[in-house]
Design a protein around this ligand. Structure first.
Ligand code: NBY
Length: 830
């Protein structure tokens, strides 16, 4: 018989879908329905990927209801929205995060188990969304989750790269880059929104139009146009209370195929245009520490900036009469300078398209934008050659000149700036070939500019933005980074989450700062033992992975001493490797001593063009091969490099660390966020007074963190004095012997000179203070060796770390942004 349904109606008599129930029976039934009717498989023949997809679709249904609710609520409340513009969103896997935040972990597990399917197993099949390089991209992902969790109406805007961050393999010790293909099996999390698409222009000419009786205006006629098409992904907040939107743009040709060309037989030529358009969103640039400087990169930046602004303006005009109140309704955060061209683009849209006068447009623009700086490294600051900028974006270039004129006039007339001071704040660098300074553009176009840790913000005021800070002394503020405790504690470390819940109840899950309630349990031997047992299990899990992937056995009883992050000279993986070599040498020379067993674990990717970083990877692998095979050290020391570090691997590594290496040259790491993930999971930190380490010291207390080395001002001083490493090396036998071992080819007999330039850099320059900090680092490591043998003491410190890291939640960061910069969010609505 045909079943008839009473269709559920909402108050206006409009059809409404049936609400999805969350019990295991309903979930089990609906997963099989997805399998059958959406995927076309029956349970008997379904493969594990089919189960993943079916489960994802069933979970997604449950997200939709919350998603619409959130969208309706924002529209109804009419509050201020926050748009987070970022070239990168390094999200990782989404299923576990969504299930966890919806409170569905146990019901879904139970539902799947009825078909003999393990949730944990299918979760591992999901590809990482690796649309980012490292800290900056991962911060954007934590912020999206925290905005949804703290009630901020947040919209992420970025690029839907077809190929995310490359996959790393190690071949004969060296990094090999392979393309990443996260979309090949389709992406069940995204929704293509064909109705949200915008034309993006490039090149062409600007002409002045003079109509009788009206002021002249500029008209830009681009030579090229491409289409930006939106793809939306839901971002589920804690307890599903709010679901925000991540909108990523994909480039398409306006004319997918040139029919004239095709019909005249030029089948390749007919596709040239669409290939060129689609190239814009084809691949993520994999450099995190120097500017690519390529035209395609500038195209990417403008493409997603313009699409996002057009989208923001369109929605604003759907809800408001005009754009004059834009800044009351939207805050736009620029994640570094990658979207800084937005400042000029919003001016263009306001003036050329919407008819605003310059002064009014400038007021709106400044009130709308704010900008986050993530680096002080000069080689990483974006500056585009004027000729390239002018050719690609002629109207935006005119606007930048006009902004510059205004700023310079203000500085000269109101503050008496001389030519030298004017040159320092100018948006145009007249030095090495004229260039547009994107940092300066972002700064002057924003009402607030922030650094990502207290130290970094201070240094910003003294270095990159010294002159602009003098001109606008209230503009720079600090917003120390944070990490989301849902992904980085609950999901990554269910064992520890369970233990803490048993001890203090589940309140800390809603307010992570309540985790301080376990602080006094550092004195409770029973609690310490259970805390250590959780760590031990997490170490065993990592040891198994190392055994499987690298055929190296490591002892979970040893100190797991871990440095995982992008490979860069300033992060000083080299210092860590040198210390490993020195330790190796000492163990061989003094086998009778009571050495504490250690496993040194490295992971991270080098930018493909960064030669020294690749050499460091090669060295870590070569050193590991020799040490791990030497029967003289056996289980006292192992060195392993785990290939292809990504978010999913980090989720396994962070909970398994005893010791977290945060050893950047002081003054160089803007904040760090891995440092926070490790400490939250109970690792002790060995680190320099750099980035957020400084604030971690204040929170966990000096007894619970191991700080060594030069301070940022000492580093600056030594650099001015231009020391080389030679005299230090001459006076430090352990360091000299380690470097000699490298130079001798001990670790690379096939190619003994492989690391000569790495070593000679230390003798000649020691720019990164590796020699200068070696002894302090060595001594601190040996103190940690001693401490590890006092397990009670070590575990007490570990408990204090977990207990006192609540402040480093991205919920706290987001609340500060909402309060101080965006003036948006739950505290100011209603
Ligand atoms: O941003 C990192 C900082 O190094 C780290 O200290 C901080 O914690 C984190 C979040 O604030 N910066 C970073 O990850 N930068 C990049 O990934 C990056 C990517 C691309 C480009 C520059 C930097 N680029 O110019 O293309």
């Amino acid at each position: 018989p045909v079943q008839t349904h009473e269709a559920p109606l909402n108050g206006n008599g409009v059809l409404k879908p049936e609400p999805r129930l969350n019990d295991p029976d309903t979930l089990a039934r609906q997963i099989v329905e997805k399998l059958t009717y959406s995927i076309g498989k029956n349970p008997a023949s379904a493969r594990k990927y089919d189960w993943l997809r079916a489960t994802t679709l069933a979970v997604r249904d449950r997200i939709m209801d919350h998603w619409f609710e959130s969208a309706d609520r924002f529209a109804e409340e009419g509050g201020k929205r926050v748009c987070y513009l970022s070239m990168e969103f390094l999200i990782g896997r989404m299923l576990r995060d969504a299930i966890n935040n919806l409170g569905l972990t146990e019901p879904v597990r139970e539902a799947l188990s009825r078909y003999g399917v393990e949730l944990d197993m299918i979760e591992l099949l999901e590809p990482d969304a690796a649309l980012g390089n490292g800290g900056l991209g991962r911060l954007a992902a934590c912020f999206m989750e925290s905005m949804a969790s703290t009630g901020v109406p947040g919209y992420g805007y970025g690029i839907r790269y077809v190929h995310g961050f490359f996959r790393q393999e190690i071949a004969d010790g060296a990094q090999v880059e392979l393309p990443e293909t996260w979309l090949v099996h389709g992406n069940p999390w995204e929704f293509e929104r064909r109705n949200a698409s915008y034309e993006i222009g490039f090149g062409g000419k600007v002409s002045t139009i003079q109509e009788p009786g009206r002021p002249s205006r500029q008209v830009w006629r681009p030579a090229e146009r491409v289409l930006a098409v939106a793809y939306d992904t839901p971002m589920v907040g804690w307890r599903g209370r709010q679901v925000n939107t991540l909108r990523l743009w994909s480039a398409q040709a306006l004319d997918p195929i040139l029919l004239d060309a095709f019909n005249s037989g030029d089948h390749i030529g007919a596709l040239v245009e669409s290939n060129k358009a689609e190239a814009i969103t084809r691949v993520l640039y994999p450099a995190d520490s120097h500017q690519a400087g390529q035209e395609l990169r500038l195209r990417q930046e403008y493409f997603f900036s313009s699409a996002s602004l057009q989208d923001i303006i369109r929605r604003h005009l759907e809800e408001n009469d005009n754009l004059s109140n834009l800044a009351d309704k939207v805050a736009i955060q620029l994640n570094d300078t990658h979207p800084a061209v937005s400042v000029a683009e919003l001016m263009r849209l306001l003036i050329d398209v919407h008819g605003f006068e310059w002064d009014e447009a400038w007021k709106i623009t400044r009130a709308t934008f704010s900008y986050t700086n993530h680096t002080l490294l000069p080689e990483a600051l974006e500056h585009w050659p004027i000729h390239l900028f002018e050719r690609l974006l002629p109207r935006q270039m005119q606007i930048i000149y006009a902004i510059n004129t205004g700023i310079i006039r203000e500085a000269a007339q109101e503050h008496g700036y001389d030519d030298g001071q004017v040159a320092a704040i100018s948006l145009i660098d007249e030095g090495n070939g004229r260039r547009v300074r994107m940092g300066q553009l972002a700064f002057v176009g924003s009402h607030a500019v922030n650094g990502v840790s207290a130290l970094h913000t201070d240094l910003m005021k003294q270095t990159v933005f010294r002159d602009l800070h003098a001109l606008y002394p209230d503009r720079i503020q600090n917003k120390t980074n944070g990490v989301t405790p849902r992904r980085w504690l609950m999901e990554a470390n269910p064992g520890l989450t369970g233990l803490i819940t048993e001890a203090i109840g589940p309140g800390f899950l809603d307010d992570i700062e309540k985790i301080i309630e376990i602080d006094h349990l550092a004195d409770d031997a029973g609690f310490r033992e259970r805390f250590a047992a959780v760590k031990r299990q997490n170490k065993e899990r990592l040891a198994n992975i190392i055994g499987e992937r690298m055929a190296t056995s490591v002892d979970p009883g040893a100190i797991f001493d871990i440095q995982v992050k992008r490979i860069h000279e300033y992060k000083r993986q080299f210092l860590n490797i040198i210390e490993a070599i020195a330790l190796y040498d000492q163990i061989r020379s003094h086998p009778e001593r009571d050495w504490t067993p250690r496993v040194k674990i490295f992971a991270g990717k080098a930018a493909p063009s960064y030669v020294q970083a690749k050499e460091i990877i090669h060295l870590a692998n070569d050193v590991g091969r020799v040490i791990n095979a030497d029967p003289a050290v056996r289980d006292l020391l192992k060195v392993v490099f785990i290939p292809n570090y990504n978010v999913s691997l980090a989720e396994i590594i962070m909970p398994a660390a005893d010791l977290s290496e945060q050893i950047s040259t002081a003054g160089l790491e803007a904040s760090g966020t891995g440092n926070m993930k490790f400490a939250l999971n109970g690792a002790l930190t060995i680190g320099t007074l750099d980035g957020a380490n400084v604030e971690m010291l204040e929170h966990v207390g000096e007894d619970n963190i191991f700080i060594f080395g030069l301070t940022a001002s000492e580093v600056a001083q030594r650099r001015r004095e231009a020391h080389s490493g030679r005299s230090i090396i001459d006076n430090e036998p352990m360091l000299r012997e380690a470097l000699d071992a490298i130079s001798s080819g001990l670790f690379c007999p096939d190619s003994p000179s492989r690391f000569h330039s790495l070593v000679s850099n230390l003798y000649n320059n020691d720019w990164w203070m590796i020699c200068a900090d070696f002894r302090a680092y060595w001594d601190t490591q040996r103190a940690l060796d001693g401490l590890y043998t006092q397990q009670d003491e070590w575990q007490a410190k570990a408990v204090h770390n977990t207990a006192r890291m609540g402040w480093f939640s991205s919920d706290r960061s987001i609340r500060e942004y909402a309060r101080d910069i965006w003036k948006a969010g739950p505290d100011r609505e209603g």
